[in-house]
Design a protein around this ligand. Structure first.
Ligand code: PLP
Length: 412
């Protein structure tokens, strides 16, 4: 028998040997130390494990605690009763119950955009980015796709599919100079970036808007991390600051973080109905997989209603106060920003043990360390929420100092 061929992958845009090889060791170590694989029930904001341990979660992205709001829960139940079906299983482009249309009208009013819903932001990006790459979403010109180096994995994961449609490159974080160079060289450029990124920064929307005006740059923002937590009526960072409201700006946002429900919103301006049809028919899983189900729609309608009231402003205020309280206790690189995530620096050697002690004291914070983050940037990731109490935040601060965090000098 002749020798059978072995395959050498190109790994131009992804590499599972590296991802699994590097990442699995991190997860195994976290799990061995009891800081991953935790199962616990939620009661009145406190998690309870079957072994009897109680802790407050300080690594949950439901920044306004709307996911357990009584009106959001009732909204889900009411919609199930009103529409009488969880998910009428057939592509919506053929037949749909009016649930999604009702939700999209409500979210459209809230965000001041044309809204197409999706079951998740990950699914939305996986479907939309290849359509942008081929020019079918945009102005018809096939763009050079420039992915920001730190674009969330839900977007970066679409690189291979985009690369089959056009040229794909990765640029430095917020490298506007590089983008301008590309805009001078290519007929069209599309830039893929987070609106608010997990490092605590926001996209340079004004500088990007200049490139949008000057060269017709298309910007694809994922604003999942700031919607609801930021801006009037929780419209998020991009809808608050981006002046370009036409075909050149596309924004997606999950409804699963501060919005407190499930699903995602694709925010469009200046895209006529036919473009929205192309999305429904060709944006990957949006065309053939399940849409948001009726419970998620009902919960989202209720959350959107809360966004229209002073209650949202009050919740945002509580979140901001909690962030400021934490900053007054512990020094981090993010101190002073409006973003709800803090990384409390620790060494690669001590971070797991520190995380374990904090957990034993009744708080979950997630350790991040090499190889998941570069050497020298390990730390305990802390997320503030409106629903935490001042007492809990102060107690966490005290424990963090005990395990080696740097107290803020002015700390009381
Ligand atoms: C959390 C997150 C997502 C995932 O959202 P899903 O709706 O759960 O897919 C996508 N993008 C960013 C930037 C996120 O932070």
């Amino acid at each position: 028998m002749t020798e059978r061929t072995s395959i050498t992958p190109t790994h131009r845009y992804r590499n599972n040997d590296k991802a699994v090889g590097v990442g699995n060791a991190f997860w195994d170590m976290s799990e061995r130390n009891g800081l991953a694989g935790i199962v616990a029930e939620l009661q009145d904001g406190v998690l309870h494990t079957p072994e009897g341990h109680e802790f407050v979660n300080f690594t949950c992205c439901s920044y306004l605690d709307l996911d357990s709001h009584p009106k959001v829960i009732d909204g889900a139940v009411d919609a199930l009763r009103r529409f009488g079906v969880l998910d009428h299983c057939i592509p919506r482009s053929r037949v749909q119950i009016p649930a999604l249309l009702e939700l999209e009208a409500s979210l459209g009013e809230l965000f001041g955009a044309e809204v197409v819903s999706a079951i998740s932001a990950g699914v939305a990006s996986a479907g939309l980015l290849p359509l942008i790459a081929s020019g079918h979403l945009g102005n018809g010109t096939r763009p050079l796709m420039v992915f920001d180096k730190y674009a969330h994995v839900s977007m970066a994961g679409a690189k291979p599919a985009c690369a089959d449609e056009t040229e794909v490159v990765t640029c430095g974080h917020h490298d506007v100079g590089f983008l301008e160079d590309m805009c001078k060289r290519y007929q069209r450029v599309a830039y893929v970036v987070d609106g608010a990124d997990s490092l605590g920064g926001y996209a340079p929307v004004q500088e990007l808007a200049e490139l949008q005006e000057k060269y017709g740059l298309l910007v694809y923002y994922d604003d999942s991390h700031s919607v609801s937590a930021y801006g009037e009526r929780g419209v998020g960072y991009i809808r608050s600051h981006c002046p370009i409201r036409d075909e050149r700006t596309i924004t997606v946002a999950t409804l699963n973080k501060a919005f407190g429900t499930s699903g995602a919103a694709i925010l469009l301006d200046g895209y006529a109905k036919p473009a929205q049809r192309v999305i429904e028919r060709f944006a990957g899983a949006l065309s053939y997989s399940q849409p948001m189900n009726t419970a998620a729609v009902g919960a989202s309608l209720a959350s959107a209603e809360i966004h229209r009231t002073d209650e949202l402003t009050a919740l945002q205020g509580r979140l901001r106060a909690h962030i400021e309280l934490f900053d007054s206790l512990i020094k981090t690189e993010q101190t002073g920003t409006t973003y709800p995530i803090r990384v409390v620096p620790m060494s690669d050697e001590t971070v797991i043990e520190a995380g374990r002690q904090v957990y034993e004291a009744g708080f979950y914070v997630s350790p991040v360390f090499f190889p998941i983050v570069p050497r020298g940037t390990a730390g305990l990731r802390v997320m503030l929420r409106a629903g935490q109490t001042e007492e809990q935040i102060r107690a966490l601060g005290a424990v963090l100092v005990e395990v080696g965090a740097l107290p803020e000098e002015a700390a009381p």
